[in-house]
Design a protein around this ligand. Structure first.
Ligand code: ARG
Length: 441
């Protein structure tokens, strides 16, 4: 049987469904032990070293049994005689990208009332397709923050067990929220008695939801601290959970060793979530100076989805987004981008979070060039999508940089990426767990 890491899948692009499916099937049929026995040697023109803030020229990377064993200059280290040599002359190597805010089981074409027709099993199948597009776009790790029916847990497990192809997933299960809040389903009248799975009111009810999510496989807890853009009938700036509820939720999650991500647009909700001890604030649109200072003091990460506004205002109506949500987005987008610049300049920790699922999976990297437009250097934007998320997840010993002892999650892109981050919207080579899952000439 051929060894998997010697495969180069030349015809795979994010949306060539058949080729990708065939590739997934091959991956599923081959025994992982045969992959892990290989040593893989990669040569390229440059390597982005996110831990030392520099770009290494003419790099050589040696991977054995999925662990990076050597990173240095070509010609300074002997190449193992049985190694597969991947010659990526003309390419730059980067750590696999990481997106801290995705919804792999959501379809970007099914917004508003269209979403009501989607069953949980159907959303899991959608997730299989989106997991592939995400990985082919160079995102080797994602944090999935909110999915009904634990479809995200099923998808994560299927990926980890080698049944389907996708990124390393850290998942939350159903997002926790108040009755009628952003994390509830407010589309139907009272007679339908519709309620999302994560709804809980009061500190103990909230703790029970945390325990339930852990019971069914969550790696992280997601909750809604304020209203949102895409939910019906919520005020985007208004706080929803009280401080007491947030404190109970965070205490319970931390007790069990899980991190917490809080959806929060409005100022008071962001502040209370930070004071309650959350690990990351999602969206963080209406920051003020005091809140920025608080986030800095508490070491809270901000995950600000500053690309998605372009999609919502450009394509949202066609995708079924409600008019009231479009109106809310018109008040959020610009302020969020201005505050992104302010918070970053103040030295708040930032991670890349896109909200892909609201927009098409595989287009995640579009946000990187916007992060540069709104204040980061290319290196800082890349760090926000590699080493910083690894640290937020508590996995920086394993992933987040191309360094000795870490797992081989590596991507390669043609051209001078440090001059133009939009090159990362088209990744030629993706290696996850030491396996070449995409190689486009
Ligand atoms: N899921 C988020 C919400 O509904 C999307 C916000 C998108 N807008 C933005 N400017 N980031 O609130």
């Amino acid at each position: 049987m051929p060894r998997l890491s010697k495969y180069t899948f030349t015809s795979i692009t994010p949306r060539t469904g058949l080729a990708t499916a065939a590739c997934a099937l091959m991956l599923a049929l081959l025994a992982p032990s045969q992959v892990l026995a290989d040593s893989l040697v990669i040569k390229a023109d440059a390597l982005v070293d996110v831990t030392n803030n520099k770009v290494l020229s003419a790099p050589l990377v040696i991977v054995e049994n999925n662990i990076i064993q050597f990173v240095g200059k070509q010609g300074t280290q002997a190449i193992p005689s049985d190694a597969t040599v991947l010659d990526l002359t003309g390419h730059t190597l980067l750590p696999g990208l990481m997106d801290m805010h995705v919804h792999l089981t959501s379809d970007a074409n099914l917004h508003g009332y269209r979403r009501l027709k989607v069953s949980t099993p159907r959303s899991a199948i959608t997730g299989v397709k989106n997991a592939q597009s995400t990985l082919m776009a160079g995102f080797t790790t994602v944090r999935n923050v909110g999915a009904p029916g634990y479809a995200d847990v099923a998808l994560r497990d299927a990926i980890n067990e080698g049944d389907v192809l996708g990124p390393r997933m850290y998942v939350s299960g159903p997002a926790i929220g108040v009755t009628g809040g952003h994390c509830d389903n407010n589309l139907l009248p009272f007679a339908y008695n519709a309620q999302s799975e994560g709804i809980a009111d009061g500190p103990w009810a909230v703790r029970t939801k945390v325990r339930q999510n852990i019971k069914y496989g969550a790696d992280v807890i997601k909750f809604c601290a304020t209203g949102g853009v895409l939910s019906k009938g919520t005020k985007v700036g208004a706080q929803q959970f009280s401080f007491e509820e947030m404190q109970a939720l965070v205490t319970e999650a931390h007790l069990r060793g899980l991190t917490v991500a809080a959806h929060a647009h409005g100022t008071s909700g962001i502040k209370d979530a930070i004071r309650a001890g959350v690990d990351s604030i999602e969206h963080a649109s209406f920051l003020d100076d005091e809140t920025i200072a608080l986030a800095k003091k508490m070491g809270t990460y901000l995950s600000m989805d500053i690309y998605v506004t372009e999609y919502i205002l450009g394509e949202g109506e066609k995708a079924g987004i409600l008019e009231e949500s479009l109106a809310k987005e018109r008040t959020v987008g610009k302020r969020q981008r201005d505050n992104f610049t302010k918070a970053f300049n103040a030295g708040v920790k930032m991670v890349f979070g896109s909200d892909a699922g609201v927009y098409p999976h595989g287009d995640n990297a579009r946000q990187l060039s916007r992060m540069v437009r709104f204040g980061m250097s290319p290196m800082q934007a890349i760090q926000s999508a590699t080493i910083h998320p690894a640290t937020l997840l508590g996995k920086d010993q394993l992933i987040g940089s191309i360094s000795n002892g870490k797992l081989a999650d590596i991507i390669a892109v043609k051209g001078d990426v440090m001059q133009d981050l939009s090159l990362l919207e088209n990744i030629q080579v993706v290696i996850k767990d030491g396996v070449i899952v995409k190689h486009q000439q």
